[in-house]
Design a binder for this molecule. Structure first.
Ligand code: ZN
Length: 292
């Protein structure tokens, strides 16, 4: 296996289903495994990692369809970048029972030739991680995921590799919303420059969400991140709905005081968020239930 071959196998890992439905568990597991590799743990024992993987999938996976970590742990082996210590079949079918994985001490690791490549080419970890992040998650979440698994990438590396996207989208969204956060009205400026104000995609770009005003919201950095993590959603009447799962200091200030309030609407009616995109966010990102 050379680098090109590895990168092409990596690019074939399936992580999206039809209509932008998310299935990011293989990519999340690979990011986890790259971090472990970087920390010198070449072999992952299922029994030891199971609980951590469950929490991690819950945090960054879609809300309603969390498969157990046993599925990606076992089925990733068919992508030829992951090897199990033992593949157990029953009547020709792969057995992915978590109980068996635990009790029989099954472990997994990158294949030997891939390990050799990773050792020879230290920049490869960054390239592979970057590829997974760009294809599966909005940029607002990249640092959170890297921190959750403890994967260290050069900050310059992440910035330089950012895919150039339509810069008009950002301009159009910020202008449509009067250069203020649609949730809290935050509009700090330094001179003429808006600060910490971002154009968010409602349906993620990675899920096929277009760079169109009806799929955008101007949000301050805090509300952008909370929105992409599924802490609140915008309902069909354009009111903010906070997840019942959020708690802690800051809940009232950042979220509950806006609960059930209509967002600040864009200046043109045709720019208002479209139901299709809000529904995607509800199904694929929003965590738990609304409080109302
Ligand atoms: Zn805000």
């Amino acid at each position: 296996m050379d680098r090109k071959e590895l990168e092409s196998r990596w690019a074939k890992i399936k992580s999206w289903k039809a209509k932008g439905k998310r299935a990011p568990h293989k990519p999340l597991l690979l990011l986890y495994a790259l971090a472990a590799w970087q920390q010198g743990r070449t072999k992952l024992q299922y029994a030891e990692e199971e609980a951590k993987l469950k929490d991690y999938f819950r945090e960054f996976g879609p809300p309603n369809s969390a498969p157990g970590p046993n599925y990606p742990f076992v089925y990733l082996s068919s992508d030829k970048i992951w090897e199990l210590s033992e593949l157990h079949r029953i009547d020709g079918k792969i057995n992915s029972s978590p109980k068996r994985l635990r009790e029989e001490g099954i472990s997994a690791q990158f294949p030997a030739e891939m390990q050799a490549l990773l050792r020879e080419q230290p920049d490869l970890v960054g390239h592979l991680a970057e590829q997974l992040l760009q294809r599966n998650f909005p940029e607002s979440l990249h640092q959170n995921i890297l921190q959750a698994v403890g994967l260290e990438l050069e900050p310059a590396f992440l910035l330089s590799k950012r895919r150039k996207r339509d810069p008009r989208f950002r301009g159009q969204i910020l202008e449509a919303y009067g250069y203020a956060c649609a949730v809290c009205g935050f509009n700090l400026r330094l001179g003429h420059q808006p600060l910490a104000l971002e154009a968010a995609h409602i349906k993620w770009h990675q899920a096929g969400g277009p760079d169109r005003a009806e799929n955008g919201l101007a949000l301050c950095s805090m509300h952008h991140k909370l929105f992409d993590l599924g802490a609140f959603r915008i309902d069909d009447s354009l009111r903010m709905q906070v997840s019942h799962k959020v708690h802690g200091e800051g809940l009232d200030y950042y979220l509950l005081r806006h609960q059930a309030q209509q967002i600040r609407l864009p200046h043109l009616k045709k720019y208002r968020p479209k139901e299709d995109y809000l529904d995607w966010h509800l199904q694929e990102v929003f965590q738990g239930y609304s409080r109302d």
